[in-house]
Design a protein around this ligand. Structure first.
Ligand SMILES: *[C@@H]1O[C@H](CO)[C@@H](O)[C@H](O)[C@H]1NC(C)=O
Ligand SMILES: *[C@@H]1O[C@H](CO)[C@@H](O)[C@H](O)[C@H]1NC(C)=O
Ligand SMILES: *[C@@H]1O[C@H](CO)[C@@H](O)[C@H](O)[C@H]1NC(C)=O
Length: 349
């Protein structure tokens, strides 16, 4: 009994240490805030696929063009924050060492001083690359806010949240917005194949953490980012006529390839009382948004010249106002044109 108790205490101590370590490392970075105009603009880069097999029409020789896309979009939009929604690289095609590809794809952000956070996709790990190695590479940079939940106990790596604070600092301030990142895993690495879903343990972690944050801060509006769409995306796409729905907008040009199992992840987001919109990548031919129960669910836009498909490259951009009543959401194409404003202008419907 005493032994059990002391090992329980020890386990608890480890959890507490791990928690405080993660909080500590988060606090080392400057808080992320709305800008002085009371806005917060996020550019989502999805499916860059650096390091594809050479010699193909989407091979790594094209990576310079992906860099150009990011650089141009950053110049058009000057966001407050950048999110990578997975498949930054094609780990399946990188036989030796992916570090150089990660560093290459970060250059447009590093050169212009942008801050970012990532959630990894099913192609990020591969023959020679684990998620931990990608994390080790990007997290060397001060402007990288990618992290994990702080315990290393959850399946996957990029499961975490980032609070976004008001433009004007005050004593006892609480966040205006929360960004949640979930790891939908998938693919393989030197240790074997990985399930492609957000595991139930992560769903339960979200439910608990979201309740704790809501108790502490009230129901702060939130956005959720992960790579592989859930089966709910497939239901929406297959069972409704997206181009003719008033509450949908955007590209529908490919079957949804969803997570391999329904872990009730989306249900947890629907019931959260905080999450407003979800953003995924993965299916390069889809770049739509629709309402779904309490949420809007969106695909980002294929950004990279790596990865299959010739749909015009671009990025999904969202801009929130500090009072959070408004969220502007659109696709910026690489030539600067804005398309697919969402919600469609006819907001009265
Ligand atoms: C990159 O894009 C430019 C302009 O579209 C094109 O001419 C060039 O061939 C592309 N780069 C490579 C390596 O294919
Ligand atoms: C990968 O390359 C980087 C330099 O680009 C080097 O620092 C690192 O040690 C290499 N990693 C492995 C696992 O070989
Ligand atoms: C940008 O590209 C889109 C899609 O290819 C095209 O419809 C639009 O006319 C282009 N805009 C400019 C300014 O070239």
């Amino acid at each position: 009994m005493g032994k059990l108790f002391s090992s329980l205490c020890f386990a608890l101590l480890l959890v507490v240490l791990a928690e405080s370590k993660s909080l500590e490392s988060k606090q080392l970075k400057p808080k992320i805030r709305f800008n002085p105009e009371g806005k917060f603009k996020i550019v989502n880069f999805a499916d860059l696929h650096y390091g594809e097999f050479p010699g193909t029409d989407r091979g790594r020789a094209q990576d310079g063009n992906s860099t150009r896309v990011m650089r141009d979009i950053l110049e058009f939009d000057t966001p407050d924050f950048v999110v990578f929604t997975g498949d930054l690289i094609t780990g399946d095609a990188i036989l030796v060492n992916s570090t150089g590809f990660i560093e290459q794809l970060l250059t447009p952000l590093l050169n212009a001083g942008y801050r970012w956070a990532s959630t990894y996709g099913n192609h990020d790990n591969g023959i020679a690359t684990t998620r931990e190695q990608i994390y080790a590479t990007e997290s060397k940079y001060e402007n990288c806010y990618t992290t994990n939940d702080g315990t290393d106990l959850l399946p996957g790596l990029t499961n975490y949240y980032l609070p976004i604070y008001p433009s004007v600092e005050s004593v006892g301030e609480t966040p205006v917005l929360i960004l949640w990142f979930f790891d939908s895993r998938g693919g393989f690495d030197p240790n074997g194949f990985k399930p492609s879903n957000v595991d139930e343990a992560v769903v339960n972690w979200f439910i608990t953490k979201n309740a704790e944050l809501t108790a502490a801060w009230g129901a702060v509006p939130a956005l959720a980012f992960f790579h592989i769409p859930t089966i709910d995306y497939e239901d929406v796409q297959d069972n409704t006529d997206i181009p003719n729905r008033d509450d949908c907008v955007g590209l529908v040009d490919e079957a949804v390839v969803p997570q391999d199992r329904d872990t009730l992840f989306m249900q947890a987001l629907v019931n959260s009382g905080t999450v407003m919109t979800t953003f995924v990548g993965h299916d390069h031919g889809n770049a739509w948004c629709c309402t779904y129960l309490t949420l809007s669910i969106c695909y980002n836009r294929h950004t990279g010249y790596g990865g299959y498909g010739d749909w015009t490259r671009g990025a999904r951009v969202v801009e929130l106002t500090e009072d959070i009543l408004q969220m502007r959401n659109y696709i910026r194409l690489e030539n600067g044109t804005i398309i697919d404003e969402y919600p469609a202008n006819d907001a009265s419907q």
